[in-house]
Design a protein around this ligand. Structure first.
Ligand code: CU
Length: 494
């Protein structure tokens, strides 16, 4: 078993960092803990009366059915200026068309696969019926070339979501198979602009074409595939025009397969109002917010009435010069700023949960290892031999953790590697309650939490949505090479 896991910089150069943990011991300990959820009659690990879940009431169906078609096919776009980039796209564009509906509306999306390979579509963050979740081998068969699949559901939550391929995401997401999905409030607040910003990075060759090695061994072992060409809504260096006094709702989505962004709003007055779709309990600091793959942050930005010029939103994650994500060009006649309180949601305080039943935690050890100890070939290319694991098992070999429908439990992600793991649970939201044993009160729900190298993160889940859901790392190469497991929400034991 090799313990070498390192983290890579965006240009694919690597800095090797030895993995410190004794993975074999961790696996044994976790194997014992993992059965806790099955042994008691209620599957919940913490009494449910300690928690209430307040996502908001399920909406009354509006009776409106919104029909969409998404056709996955090859296409061409321009990113670098050096030459055209061949992509895979929904309806011929990267990103695919934004799906925007009102709360209570039903969507019926016919996805047609005109690619040469199977695909599927996952509706990230939307609490869909299990059969609509779009995970091949878990909730449906993959959509074969030439075939179609109809997804139909009524999203129960308003907010910022997105859709993307859930088949071989390290290639299909990287090639461009994603788009935005916005569910508007019953009565949207009167922002002067409501704009979705999908942030992506591209690893291109000098001629502007995609680097074709989607399974590069060092990327698998380290932090996935990072590209240095950044786009917003598929465009490099996009501009947004606003007049002084405008109040903007910006919905930022990290659609990258691996790259992480630390948001810097510069001179803009920006507050976060929603994370991963759901409104926060109160406005949160937007500057410095870490947007990991899959994460969303909605910000409320007021342009001062006396402002003019260009305002930047940038990324500072790598610690070098800030990278501009979006430039907002402020000019024109000032408008009267709309006056209303930033929207907020009801977010129960679970921050003391770490102290409750400390012995009852579903622990997930996140590790990586060589799949065999055979020497690599003479070429020295060990691609494919490395596997990421959760509790010692590598997808599709996975245990199924069973949670009690309506019950509550604590999950503990233990990152025994030197890579980042943005962990994503399908079907339910959760709250972070501690990092490295220190209680935290984030004040919002999530569906993706970034677990840093060597870090331990505790979260609380109230299992509200029945079915067997996938729980995986959102660095697409980590998931493709094994970092996924199953989380079953079941009423069977009640
Ligand atoms: Cu990972």
């Amino acid at each position: 078993m090799t313990k070498e896991v390192a983290w890579s910089t965006p240009d694919r150069s690597t800095v090797a960092v030895a993995m410190a943990a004794a993975a074999a011991i961790v696996v044994l300990v976790v194997g014992a803990l993992a059965v806790v959820g099955r042994s008691g009659s209620p599957g919940s690990l913490v009494e449910r009366q300690n928690f209430t879940v307040q996502y908001g009431q399920d909406p009354l169906p509006s009776g409106t059915v919104r029909e969409f078609t998404l056709t996955a096919a090859t296409g061409v776009t321009t990113i670098s200026g050096a030459g055209p980039t061949d992509v895979w796209a929904f309806n011929g564009s990267v990103p695919g068309p934004e799906i925007r509906i009102g709360l209570g509306d039903t969507v019926r999306v016919t996805v047609t696969n005109d690619l040469q390979v199977p695909t599927s579509v996952h509706w990230h963050g939307i609490r869909v019926p299990h059969s609509m979740d779009g995970v091949p081998g878990v909730t449906q068969a993959p959509i074969a070339p030439g075939e179609s699949f109809v997804y139909e559901f009524t999203p129960p939550d308003a907010g910022t979501f997105w859709y993307h391929s859930h088949k071989r995401g390290n290639e299909q997401l990287e090639r461009g198979l994603y788009g935005a999905f916005v569910v508007e409030d019953d009565v949207p607040d009167p922002y002067t602009q409501d704009v979705t910003l999908l942030i992506d990075d591209w690893l291109l060759k000098e001629d502007g074409k995609l680097d074709p090695d989607f399974d590069f061994g060092e990327d698998i072992r380290h932090n996935g595939r990072w590209g240095s060409d950044l786009t917003i809504n598929g465009v490099r260096d996009p501009g947004l025009n606003a007049r002084p006094g405008e109040r903007l709702r910006l919905r930022l989505v990290n659609t990258s397969t691996a790259r992480i962004y630390t948001l810097d709003f510069g001179l803009l007055q920006a507050v976060g109002v929603a994370v991963d779709g759901l409104y926060a309990g109160s406005p949160l600091e937007a500057d410095g917010f870490v947007l990991a793959p899959g994460n969303r942050l909605d910000v409320d930005v007021t342009i001062p009435v006396d402002a003019s010029g260009v305002f930047q939103i940038s990324d500072g994650f790598t610690g070098g010069d800030p990278l501009t994500l979006v430039a907002i060009n402020v000019e024109g006649t000032p408008v009267e700023p709309p006056s209303f309180d930033p929207p907020n949601g009801s977010v129960p305080d679970w921050s003391s949960a770490r102290n409750w039943h400390p012995d009852r935690v579903f622990e997930l050890a996140l590790t990586g290892e060589e799949a065999n100890s055979q020497p690599v070939g003479l070429a020295g290319d060990p691609e494919g031999d490395f596997r990421w694991t959760i509790n010692g098992r590598s997808w599709p070999d996975a245990s199924t953790h069973i949670a009690d429908l309506g019950g509550t439990e604590k999950l503990r992600f233990v990152n025994d590697s030197s890579a980042f793991h943005p962990m994503h649970l399908h079907g339910q939201f959760f709250q972070v309650i501690a990092r490295d044993g220190v209680p935290v009160r984030e004040g919002h729900f999530r569906d993706v939490v970034l677990v840093g190298a060597g870090e331990t993160v505790d979260v609380v889940v109230v299992a509200t949505d029945e079915g067997t859901w996938i729980l995986h790392c959102h660095i697409q190469l980590h998931a493709e090479y094994g970092m996924a497991t199953l989380y079953e929400v079941s009423s069977a034991g009640r």
